[in-house]
Design a protein around this ligand. Structure first.
Ligand code: C2E
Ligand code: MG
Ligand code: MG
Ligand code: MG
Length: 280
């Protein structure tokens, strides 16, 4: 073969490229086997209500316990799962697992589940949410779905809109995740039935943005969560700037399901030691 010759284009034998292709192939093979092998697990991160200063619920965050490689974060495999058409099946597992876990928590604590854009494309989302609620016994109003702006762009958002409305009929809350990082326009925020906007953590220190989004939320009747709150100063600021909820390492890192009861004890009730200070 002479592909590696000439001007050097099409040279697939650069070791670095070959390593990368092999790593990707291994990742894909491992990913296809992960669900049947039971290698996925969910971690849960607390979300705090800044008005009542109590725990509002948890966000379920996917982890892959890859044999020999430890806990793989979602950024390293979800894009590939979306690309190779696996995210639908994985997402259905996440829904079943998160709802059955949340059904054991005291009401009204809710669980928030992330949904990828392709999950709005396969026509199974509403049915699998219904099935997960039925199997777990979790009331629909204790399940929240977090969607990103890119989900709204497909087909002008009409297919997505119909599904979001069907999900709202089941009692679910819908939140717009990573707000500010995508193509969100104010009209999208108004025309889709969002209950919440989560301000991306890259803005945790940008008081002008936080204040503007919180004000927008107030005027549209939408709740606002500050993501990525890591310091007491940030917590104080996002509260003063009008956010209704906060999430971040300061309030708690994502933990395995077994550690959730301890967080509920610590953050859940009146007088809990949650670092939020005394109620005004
Ligand atoms: P996300 O939905 O925006 O989730 C928040 C991410 O920020 C999580 O990363 C969380 O661990 C991290 N985080 C929370 N607080 C802080 C903080 O104070 N500082 C910093 N530096 N990071 C913080 P994680 O778990 O690695 O998840 C990354 C993304 O992967 C998620 O972003 C979400 O888009 C996606 N993802 C996670 N689980 C699922 C899932 O089950 N399905 C789908 N489709 N996507 C998922
Ligand atoms: Mg999220
Ligand atoms: Mg986010
Ligand atoms: Mg994200």
């Amino acid at each position: 073969q002479s592909k590696g010759e000439g001007r050097g284009r099409f040279n697939f034998f650069v070791p670095e490229l070959q390593d990368r292709a092999e790593a990707r192939r291994a990742l894909e093979l491992g990913l296809r086997a992960a669900l049947p092998r039971g290698e996925f697990t969910l971690h849960y991160q607390p979300q705090l209500d800044l008005g009542t200063r109590t725990l509002a619920g948890f966000e379920a965050l996917l982890r892959w316990q890859r044999p020999g490689l430890g806990l793989v974060p979602p950024a390293e495999f979800i894009p590939l799962a979306e690309e190779i058409g696996l995210i639908g099946t994985i997402g259905e597992w996440v829904l079943r697992e998160a709802t059955s876990e949340a059904a054991r928590w005291p009401a009204p604590l809710r669980v928030a589940v992330n949904v990828s854009p392709p999950q709005f494309q396969n026509g199974r989302l509403v049915g699998s949410v219904q099935a997960a609620l039925a199997a777990s016994g979790l009331p629909g109003d204790r399940l929240e779905l977090e969607v990103t702006e890119s989900a709204l762009l497909e087909d002008g958002g009409w297919g997505t809109m119909a599904q979001l409305q069907a999900l709202k009929m089941l009692g679910l809350r819908i939140s717009l995740d990573d707000f500010g990082t995508g193509y969100s326009s104010l009209s999208q925020l108004r025309s889709f039935p969002f209950d919440r906007v989560k301000i991306d953590r890259s803005f945790a220190d940008d008081a002008a943005v936080v204040r503007a989004v919180a004000a927008l939320g107030t005027s549209l009747g939408i709740r606002t969560t500050a993501e990525g709150v890591e310091t007491p100063a940030q917590l104080e600021r996002v509260r003063a700037d009008g956010c209704t909820e906060a999430q971040g390492y300061l309030l708690g890192r994502p933990v395995p399901a077994g550690e959730v009861p301890e967080i509920i004890r610590r953050l859940g009730g009146a007088g809990a030691d949650h670092g939020l200070g005394e109620a005004a």
